[in-house]
Design a protein around this ligand. Structure first.
Ligand SMILES: [Zn+2]
Length: 330
């Protein structure tokens, strides 16, 4: 036990010294959710500072950034994906710093099209088809509507990341790696020399990144996620800096755990739909605990991602009856 503890302490110190070597400052922001924090990062280069991700737009986030950027020349703001806890404060932070904002074109587009009242007003229709009780469908749509406040104003997109592009974070060069799954336009940053990856929400320690189907044009986010995990596995990354939780060693061990988790989940989902079920019924059988409205959004999205993966893999069928989709195992 004591030896274990010593090993953990030493590894944590190595981790901190790696961040130091890379010149990375972690800015951890509190979040008002079950997932209670997000890590943003800062690093100083020759001409000024680069910031990775911005947090939610609220007064607390603003106060933290005011403190962090005081006296610094912020040249660049890299946004890893369009989710509110990463993208939300980007517009305001751009106004505060005059920084150039970079993001993938896919997620720049997603931010504009998903955090948008036209899209949100369509949501209850999708949720009713998923078999949700009417009231719950409206509550979830309202929760999305609330999210708009935490992601506006939108930034001006100055640059779109391209796959394999080299970008500077502090004094080190990183390769932009496209890793769709958790978000369609999610990017990671990889430094080959140190074998370090900013994994953002693609690979997280302790929790499995949410893989949701959002009724959008991305039809099979779980398949994309599996592909992106295999892609990163090829790099055999030694040190991983995630956007939630602490940096850790050994990406591939964690990747194998994540793959196993989803394979088990797919198996459970198949078991549930041996009896024909709506998305909502399947979700209730898979997540056997009370969920807040906010959590339900993700639970429904993830259940749908699993069902659609199975359907597109030919393992189940979907049929529209009385305005609801029913899934049944082959
Ligand atoms: Zn996140």
């Amino acid at each position: 036990m004591e030896i274990m503890l010593i090993v953990i302490v030493i590894k944590e110190e190595w981790g901190n010294s790696m961040l130091e070597q890379l010149g990375i400052t972690t800015v951890t922001l509190d979040l008002p959710f079950r997932l209670n924090h997000v890590n943003c990062f800062m690093a100083e280069g020759e001409n000024g500072w680069t910031i990775i991700d911005a947090g939610l737009h609220n007064t607390y986030t603003k106060a933290v950034w005011e403190e962090q950027i005081r006296g610094k020349n912020i040249t660049d703001l890299y946004i890893t994906h369009y989710h509110p806890d990463h993208f939300g404060f980007a517009g305001r932070l751009q106004q505060m710093t005059d920084a150039r904002v970079s993001m993938s074109k896919t997620d720049a587009h997603n931010s504009l099209s998903k955090w948008n009242m036209d899209f949100i007003q369509e949501l209850p229709v999708h949720y009713e088809k998923a078999g949700l009780p009417l009231e719950m469908a409206h509550h979830i749509a309202k929760d999305n509507e609330k999210a708009i406040r935490s992601v506006t104003p939108f930034p001006t997109f100055d640059h779109y990341f391209t796959e394999g592009e080299k970008v500077l974070i502090g004094r080190y060069e990183y390769e932009v790696i496209f890793t769709p799954g958790h978000a369609e336009g999610l990017v990671c940053f990889y430094n080959a020399e140190k074998n370090v990856l900013f994994s953002t929400d693609h690979i997280l320690p302790g929790i499995s990144p949410n893989i949701s189907h959002w009724f959008g044009k991305e039809e099979n986010p779980l398949r994309s996620f599996f592909h992106s995990l295999e892609k990163v596995k090829q790099l055999d990354v030694e040190f991983v800096i995630p956007s939630h939780g602490r940096p850790f060693y050994g990406a591939n061990e964690r990747i194998n755990e994540l793959i196993k988790h989803h394979e088990e989940r797919l198996e459970e989902t198949l078991q549930v739909i041996t009896v024909e079920s709506t998305v909502f019924e399947t979700c209730e059988r898979l997540f056997r605990r009370e969920l807040s409205v906010h959590e339900s959004r993700f639970a429904i999205g993830e259940t749908l991602a699993h069902l659609e993966y199975l359907r597109q893999d030919g393992q189940c069928l979907r049929e529209l009856k009385d305005g609801k989709w029913y899934y049944s195992a082959n």
